[in-house]
Design a protein around this ligand. Structure first.
Ligand SMILES: NC(=O)c1ccc[n+]([C@@H]2O[C@H](COP(=O)([O-])OP(=O)(O)OC[C@H]3O[C@@H](n4cnc5c(N)ncnc54)[C@H](O)[C@@H]3O)[C@@H](O)[C@H]2O)c1
Length: 364
């Protein structure tokens, strides 16, 4: 018989308020804390709770160890009329990415129609889709790249060298249709999913990772000591290297295995990002673009389904369906996750995070 555990549900507004309180009591300015909290809660809402408020203790540990500056404000240097460079000054990656995409959007709104921003000396910014959404909210298509700490071997290797660095992009949807949002790590699964399994006492599926001896493992701890596996062999490895070329080599940030991980409190992250905003009516009218996106959406989701498949989703749609449900029901957490967050709350004397509803879930 599988054992079970209680899943607690936290209302999104409560999670946001708690995140802001925790951040401001750790030295982050309230306007900055609001940006960071929104990005984290957005990840929780979209089902990527691996990159949501559960990450707060790891970020705060970095502040305590003096390797992430809670007071740092990113600065922007204009390079050409459509290109800028943001220096994150080792502050929160969320702030540098937010400033970068904001600048990219502003440039793309001008007559040039595109805005490219490189970001250096940044940190982990969680779920890339929130940066894509920032562009979508302004009616822009976008590319959002970041590099990250070593977790994957290059194809044929067994050494952790490449990041599990997500590749993200978006385009506004047709009338009444959801936008296109791709946001995927080049590994079979994001490493955050291994951390989540560890927190919840679960095993990971076969095919995600090797242990330190190069053997397949379902034990999350052994997986973290070993390597994640790239999706599609050399193709996933090449995509991870692409994230390093554009986010690390090109920007002046760390690359080639030199980015420090969000759980490594020994040194600054030095993460790089590459952000491009594109006005979708550069080659066609906005109406034509929207009609073509609508046609694409309908062709994709209306395609003949394989046996046993109830519905075909457009990329990003699964997350938006989850978001609608979690806005109503709340964000699921387990007691151990709540406890870890409340440990941080007790340290700085902020109100504890409380969960309002409960249901039982079978352990996998
Ligand atoms: N900042 C970092 O360093 C970092 C590193 C790794 C991962 N992450 C984040 O982790 C999150 C999870 O990454 P992942 O690779 O596990 O994502 P995933 O495998 O859950 O999803 C990848 C993509 O596939 C699409 N998708 C998923 N199920 C689908 C379905 N049934 N039909 C159609 N499309 C579907 C999603 O919309 C998404 O665009 C991402 O938000 C990513 O940004 C961040």
């Amino acid at each position: 018989m599988p054992s079970s555990y209680h899943l607690l549900l936290v209302p999104p507004s409560t999670a946001h308020r708690f995140a802001v309180d925790l951040l401001t009591h750790n030295g982050v300015a309230s306007t900055d804390a609001a940006i960071i909290a929104s990005a984290l809660v957005e990840a929780d809402l979209r089902g990527h709770d691996t990159h949501g408020i559960q990450r707060l203790p790891s970020y705060i540990a970095r502040i305590r160890h003096g390797v992430l500056d809670p007071h740092a404000s990113p600065t922007l240097k204009q390079i050409t009329p459509v290109v800028a460079l943001v220096d994150g000054h080792n502050g929160f990656g969320f702030l540098a990415a937010h400033m970068g995409m904001d600048a990219a959007i502003r440039m793309a709104q001008g007559e040039m129609g595109i805005g490219l921003v490189a970001v250096k000396h940044s940190n982990h910014f969680g779920m890339s889709a929130w940066v894509v959404q920032q562009a979508l909210d302004a009616g822009m298509a976008s590319l959002v790249f970041t590099n990250s700490s070593p977790a994957l071997p290059p194809y044929g290797g067994r050494e952790k060298l490449l990041g599990v660095s997500p590749i993200a992009a978006g385009a506004p949807g047709g009338p009444g249709r959801r936008p296109y949002i791709i946001d995927m790590a080049p590994s079979v699964a994001a490493r955050g999913k291994v951390y989540k399994a560890l927190r919840r006492g679960e095993q990971i599926p076969k095919g995600w990772a090797l242990d330190k001896h190069g053997r397949e493992t379902q034990d999350p701890q052994a997986a973290l000591e070993g390597v994640m596996l790239a999706m599609g062999g050399p193709k996933g490895s090449a995509l991870a290297i692409m994230m390093d070329v554009f986010s690390g080599v090109l920007t002046g940030s760390a690359f080639a295995g030199n980015v420090a991980g969000p759980y490594d409190p020994s040194r600054p992250g030095d993460v790089g990002h590459f952000l491009l905003a594109i006005r979708p009516d550069l080659f066609l009218s906005r109406q034509e673009f929207a009609a073509r996106m609508q046609y694409l959406y309908e062709r994709v989701t209306g395609a003949e389904r394989a046996e046993g498949v109830d519905r075909i989703y457009f990329p990003g749609e699964v997350e938006l369906v989850t978001r609608e449900r979690r806005m109503r029901e709340g964000i699921p957490v387990v007691q151990a996750e709540l406890d870890a967050l409340n440990e941080e709350a007790k340290r700085v004397g902020v109100d504890l995070l409380t969960a309002e509803l409960q249901r039982e879930k079978a352990r996998l």
